[in-house]
Design a binder for this molecule. Structure first.
Ligand SMILES: CC(C)(COP(=O)(O)OP(=O)(O)OC[C@H]1O[C@@H](n2cnc3c(N)ncnc32)[C@H](O)[C@@H]1OP(=O)(O)O)[C@@H](O)C(=O)NCCC(=O)NCCS
Length: 424
């Protein structure tokens, strides 16, 4: 492919440990070259042109724009752009992260607080077939981990990077990423013989069954919900920082005394831009596949102050020809009043929301609905909603992996809200 073919046929390939290799940024033409290479892997639902357009569009949406996305290649130093090989490539997406730490103040002395920093989500790690097995991706990941750490002043304030491995747990953990909980609850769509009318009928039925207490979430409702979510998350992290609560939401003095405490609690902020990145990506895909975009981006149950909601996105890798991978992903589930909501309300709310999600999955030709790493409490409630489900502990795909740059070891990190919204 392009300079890669020329390079591999005319020169002997450099050793992966060679000091002549460099991690740098591709030119515009090289970016298109990497997208052309990755199309068969990640873009079969789209034509090559549409896939390249999508990747280009995804540099302009919230989260990615204003320098949020960075493309990287491993290549040979000293060669001009467009004439050098792309030995391996990937991209990173900048995200806000909240984390707990200790600070010293004149008034209070040592104090546990919540701070904000940057995280980078790494995606699209790829080596051209003709260059595989020579250590190039390994070298790229080693260089990238150093570059993201910010030693060179790049993106100061970076506290961690995350990635979702589709090649199991060994490769990235060998290069310093810790493996975190990677399970999901899976529901079937409401109707297998899906069609637009039936999907919409099911959605109305789900709404009717919960006596109007469930409302659809569209673009316009998201901003307020994400603001509330961030406020609640900050409060929760503060409780975690001070040992007033543990990962599972149990309060001090409850049955958690013997649980091993983690040194640092971190969460990628489930902010509006984070959600919009997923939703605009989804819109691009559905416009190409269905000629229209879905209006329902989630569902919310109950009254303000005591709401339960879920935000979701639809993912299509095989389009309508290869349906197995088509999934309605629940990006984030929020219980607004975690301590005040009754078990009964939670179960009813969750049932209504899951039923809307299943109806949407049917309407939009998704084969399944997935909710990543639900909390203990949510899992308990899911067991009571009366909808068939399966718990899947993934060992190969989308393995949540994190590298912590703070003083603590990565194993000491408690990843709070390890849900699909953080994926890229
Ligand atoms: C995964 C990939 C990037 C590796 O690139 P590479 O330059 O060949 O990687 P390296 O030579 O540095 O390392 C190869 C290692 O990756 C492992 N690996 C490659 N593909 C793998 C797979 N599908 N499952 C598990 N391990 C895999 C190899 O077993 C090897 O392990 P080793 O170091 O213990 O011998 C490349 O195979 C690729 O582009 N695959 C298609 C895209 C993809 O799956 N990307 C990963 C997304 S998370």
């Amino acid at each position: 492919m392009g300079s890669n073919t020329f390079f591999s046929s005319s020169t002997s390939l450099p050793d992966a440990n060679s000091p002549t290799l460099v991690l740098t940024h591709p030119s515009e033409a090289e970016r298109i070259q990497t997208w052309t290479l990755t199309h068969p892997m990640w873009g079969p639902a789209l034509s090559l042109d549409s896939y390249v357009s999508r990747e280009s569009y995804l540099t302009t949406v919230p989260l990615a724009r204003h320098g949020g996305i960075t493309h990287w290649i491993l290549t040979v130093s000293g060669l001009p752009a467009d004439e050098r090989p792309i030995l391996s490539s990937c991209e990173t997406l900048r995200k806000r992260v909240l984390y707990t730490t200790t600070t010293t103040t004149a008034k209070d002395g040592l104090k546990r607080v919540v701070k904000e920093g940057l995280a980078h989500g790494i995606g699209s790690v790829f080596t051209d077939k003709q260059f595989r097995g020579r250590g190039y991706a390994s070298r790229m990941m080693t260089e990238l981990a150093k570059a993201l750490r910010g030693n060179g002043g790049w993106q100061r304030g970076t506290m961690m990077c995350v990635l979702y491995s589709d090649i199991g747990k060994a490769f990235y953990s060998k290069h310093g990423w810790g493996v975190f909980e990677s399970g999901h609850v899976e529901f079937k769509p409401k109707a297998q013989d899906s069609g637009e009318k039936q999907g919409a009928d099911h959605r109305d039925e789900a709404k009717g069954e919960s006596e109007g207490k469930v409302k659809m979430i569209g673009y316009h409702e998201l901003a307020e919900l994400c603001c509330v979510d961030e406020r609640l998350l900050r409060e929760r992290l503060s409780r975690l920082a001070n040992g007033d609560e543990d990962h599972d939401g149990e309060l001090k003095g409850e049955k958690n005394e013997n649980k091993k405490k983690k040194a640092v609690h971190v969460a990628i902020v489930p902010e509006l831009d984070q959600m919009l990145w997923h939703l605009m990506r989804e819109d691009f895909m559905t416009k190409h596949i269905f000629g229209k975009i879905p209006q329902v981006k989630g569902a919310v149950y109950g009254e303000k102050g005591n709401r339960v909601w879920a935000v979701w996105t639809r993912g299509y890798y095989g389009g309508l020809e290869k349906m197995e991978g088509n999934t309605l992903h629940i990006l984030r589930v929020v219980i607004e009043n975690e301590k005040g909501i009754s078990e009964e309300q939670l179960v009813e709310g969750l049932r209504s929301i899951v039923e809307v999600a299943r109806a949407e999955a049917a309407e939009w030709r998704s084969e399944k609905v997935q909710m990543w790493n639900p909390s203990q409490r949510l899992r308990g409630a899911i067991g009571k909603i009366g909808v068939e489900y399966e718990y899947v502990d993934r060992d190969k795909d989308s393995i949540a992996s994190l590298m912590w740059y703070g003083d603590e070891a990565t194993e000491e990190v408690d990843w709070v809200c390890n849900e699909k919204y953080a994926w890229c």
